[in-house]
Design a binder for this molecule. Structure first.
Ligand SMILES: Nc1ncnc2c1ncn2[C@@H]1O[C@H](COP(=O)(O)OP(=O)(O)OP(=O)(O)O)[C@@H](O)[C@H]1O
Ligand SMILES: [Mg+2]
Length: 282
């Protein structure tokens, strides 16, 4: 026998439809409330976004301003290095003029030494104003310019005295580079003038390196006749070695002397790449 289905009464279906309609109306109400709430949140977010955008714009503006200031300061510093270099060259020319007025070879030699000291300082400033980093001197490029200038000035024949610049690329802050430049100037001049008398030939080596602990070691060595007994840094009366002693003290460094085979003066001092100079471990 077929099962008898329970037919839905017409009245019941009206009730169900009404219930569904009521439920739908309530859901619509909820959706409406949610939509309003969401719209309110979106408006708040838009407001926050607007505030953030104006903050970002203000930051961009101050970044541009800072970049312009850094650029202007760089140009100013470059100009200062340029002028210092030019002024030192004027001093050099004055010494040149003065030496053309005298005939005493000893005095002429003294003036030439002073000219080379001034040139050495001018070269530090030249290296600075030609580089992108206006606070640090690439000491290897400085030496690459200084050595030929001195070779030329003392009329050294490259086939008689050979030069080797055995250095890492070491950046030195200006306050260390100036004394270092002057020290190296004295030591190279000494090697030229005293190490190879009577046409003797040989080699001069400049070494420069920075260790991990920021200690800078630099030395000038030659395989010439050797330092005479009795010459020492502490009690020397001559200007060159006295200058070396004073400049090493300015670097808060130490200096050691090896008298012969090779003759070597080695200076140690501390200088960090970010600008601190001075101090040396005991
Ligand atoms: N590399 C060297 N080889 C041999 N002797 C040297 C060397 N360097 C220095 N001397 C000796 O040490 C002395 C002192 O050197 P120092 O630089 O003080 O004076 P200077 O070179 O004679 O004159 P200046 O004061 O103009 O430099 C020199 O006169 C020389 O006898
Ligand atoms: Mg000397």
């Amino acid at each position: 026998m077929m099962p008898t289905s329970n037919p839905i009464q017409l009245d019941d279906s009206h009730v169900i439809i009404r219930m569904l309609e009521e439920e739908l109306a309530a859901t619509n109400q909820d959706v409406l409330l949610l939509t309003l709430e969401l719209e309110e949140r979106v408006a708040q977010l838009q407001q926050l976004n607007g505030q953030l955008e104006s903050k970002v714009a203000a930051l961009h503006q101050s970044e541009a301003l800072l970049q312009r200031e850094v650029h202007e300061k760089g140009i100013l510093l470059q100009e200062i290095h340029h002028r210092v270099k030019n002024n030192l060259q004027i001093v050099r020319s004055l010494l040149d003029l003065q030496s053309s007025q005298i005939s005493d070879p000893v005095l002429i030699e003294i003036l030439k030494d002073s000219q080379n000291r001034v040139t050495s300082m001018a070269l530090v400033h030249q290296t600075l104003y030609q580089s992108n980093d206006l606070a640090h001197v690439d000491f290897k490029s400085f030496l690459d310019s200084l050595v030929p200038t001195l070779v030329d000035s003392y009329g050294m024949k490259p086939e008689r005295v050979r030069f080797e610049i055995d250095t890492d690329s070491v950046l030195l802050p200006v306050e260390a580079a100036i004394p270092c430049g002057l020290i190296v100037n004295e030591l190279i001049t000494n090697a030229f003038r005293h190490a190879f008398p009577n046409g003797r030939s040989g080699d001069v080596t400049i070494g420069l390196t920075r260790r991990d602990d920021d200690e800078v070691l630099f030395s000038v060595s030659d395989n010439g006749v050797g330092l005479p007994e009795g010459i020492d840094l502490e009690n020397g009366k001559t200007l060159g070695l006295q200058l070396v002693r004073l400049l090493v003290a300015q670097l808060s460094g130490t200096v050691s002397i090896h008298r012969s085979n090779p003759t070597q003066l080695a200076v140690r001092f501390r200088a960090t790449e970010d600008g601190e100079a001075g101090g040396c471990r005991p």
